[in-house]
Design a protein around this ligand. Sequence first.
Ligand SMILES: [Zn+2]
Length: 249
Amino acid sequence: MKGPTPRRLQKYVTRCLGLRAYVHSPGDGRVQPQIPASALLWGLLIGQVLRDYAFHAIEALVGWAARALGVSRAFGDDALGYFTERLDPAPTRRALAHCVRRAKRNKAFDNSPFIGLSVDGTTVGRCRASKCPLCRPWRDRARHIRGYHHALALISVVGTGLVLPLDVERYGPRDSEYAAGQRLLWRTLRQVGPILPIIICGGVCPRWVSARGRRLGVAGGGAAEGQSAGAVRCRTATLSRSDSDSGLP
Ligand SMILES: [Zn+2]
């Protein structure tokens, strides 16, 4: 059996997953780009696969072995920063939804009885002072502000052995994980369709999922430990009670 190589991975992504158009046009928003978007995107993907996520590390990787990694030309970390800052997220969302639908169609999930979409909160970055409107304070146990970070609602396919992150929705100080989770869940359902059950972990309101999910044929329910970040805290008891209600808002 042939081992995995970047070239074979590229072939799998473009041919088997049908993402050739996305790799060549991932939503590049640069004006007069000098480096092809496909090279930068593939560099980012290879960085994820090799767990070298930092732009400096990706620059070193492609500087060392661009050809072997299937990257058409070398580039600097500043090019990656410029590219990602201007990248339209919509094509990436569509590409990920396409992969999930294809996996479902090809029965890749059939041997996983507990597979579903999980919505939960997470954070990224950390700095001492607030630097942008999305910065939210993070506090120690005594509720003292120790710094700032960005908060996100994250939706993933879970129960497959691997957790497959699908999309994120950010929320600032005047927003909530609850509201961001709603926006995220319905955006994902519009793109993926109601093909997987929803598992709630954290701040998305189960009453809302239960009522509107039924209309879409989506099973609401499942639970993880309640988490403190959201405006609404979902616990197992809340989920089971709301799932048994009939006239939900
Ligand atoms: Zn910020």
